[in-house]
Design a protein around this ligand. Structure first.
Ligand SMILES: [Zn+2]
Length: 324
């Protein structure tokens, strides 16, 4: 008997990634298409159904279930989209499971996209062969998302929203955050926050290497080029990255004090800064956390990188969702 295949969708503000895979995470076929979220939920869900049916035909097998990551708050038990701040119309109370299920002929399970990436790390990445792992995942990109796994199990909370690590306060009365609070980690260490600080330093004339790397074009500044400029000798840019990583280190310290996890995983595009980011976070934890030795908490990059989202959907589908 052949093992069943599962479908996965990672719905983003600009693109939809989909795949058909076996339960051990081997991708059979995959495709990415633009979201065109301005067309509204019905049109987007129609296109997702078309995409899954196309992949199922290619795989020669109908998936046993679909796991779908969504960029916001979802009703897990009901399969209903509740609030997607970055999709047009915010997808309030859209019965995604009810609409999509009949079109693709299998059950549909929903989860927040970063919780889904955390599930992927748990099943196929850092948690693989480590049953009972307690792990915290920071996804640092345009925003900062997160996920928490306690003793081998994803912590969801009543709304599936546990793990909003980007909205821990690190500076009281700091910059306004899109969530309505001030001084959240996201306002200080996300990609746009780091980029904005880099642009400022470049405008002040303190970033000659970054100026060269971007040919003086401010719109080309990003955290990856800033890390490159820092390694080439731009001290002020190095300090900008270290400041952001220091704030991240403060949040990591708080999480260590709360959970004493085995591992803290830093993923998302900003984690590609590499050593300068990771070393500063580790150093900050050493300097700030004293209640027990935090040396056994490993602070590491994601093992799955950009594949985490899509693999999380496979894990979610293979588990028949996480809410029974
Ligand atoms: Zn916030």
């Amino acid at each position: 008997m052949t093992s069943p295949l599962y479908a996965s969708v990672d719905l983003g503000g600009t693109k939809i990634a989909a795949a058909i895979a076996s339960p051990d995470g081997q991708i059979v076929c995959e495709k990415t298409i633009p979201t065109h979220s301005h067309e509204g939920p019905q049109a987007v869900l129609d296109r997702i159904a078309g995409l899954i049916n196309e992949l199922a035909a290619k795989a020669g097998s109908r998936p046993a279930a679909l796991g779908m990551g969504m960029p916001g708050w979802v009703d897990l038990a009901g399969g209903i989209s509740k609030f997607m701040p970055n999709l047009l119309g915010q997808w309030r109370d859209i019965p995604v499971r009810e609409i999509l299920g009949p079109k693709i002929g299998c059950p549909v399970y929903l989860l927040n996209d970063v919780r889904m990436a955390t599930l992927a790390e748990l099943v196929y990445g850092h948690g693989k062969d480590r049953p009972g792992l307690t792990m915290v995942f920071f996804a640092i990109g345009t925003g900062i998302g997160g996920g928490v796994a306690v003793e081998g199990k994803l912590r969801l909370g009543a709304f599936g929203s546990a793990g909003e690590l980007g909205h821990l306060t690190v500076i009281p009365d700091g910059p306004w955050c899109s969530c309505g609070n001030r001084g959240c980690l996201e306002t200080l260490a996300s990609g746009p926050a780091i980029t904005a600080a880099g642009v400022r330093v470049m405008l002040l004339g303190h970033a000659p290497k970054l100026h060269d790397l971007t040919a003086g074009d401010l719109s080309r500044v990003n955290p990856r080029l800033m890390a490159e400029a820092a390694s080439q000798g731009d001290r002020a840019i190095r300090e900008v990255i270290q400041d952001a990583a220091g704030y991240l280190g403060i949040s990591v310290s708080q999480v260590i004090g709360t959970l004493h996890p085995d591992r803290v995983i830093l993923g998302g595009g900003v984690a590609e800064i590499g050593d300068l980011l990771f070393d500063t976070v580790r150093q900050t934890v050493k300097e700030r956390f004293h209640m027990f030795p935090p040396d056994d908490v490993l602070i590491l990059p994601s093992l799955l990188g950009v594949r985490a989202g899509i693999l999380g959907g496979v894990a979610l589908a293979a588990a028949n969702g996480l809410v029974k």
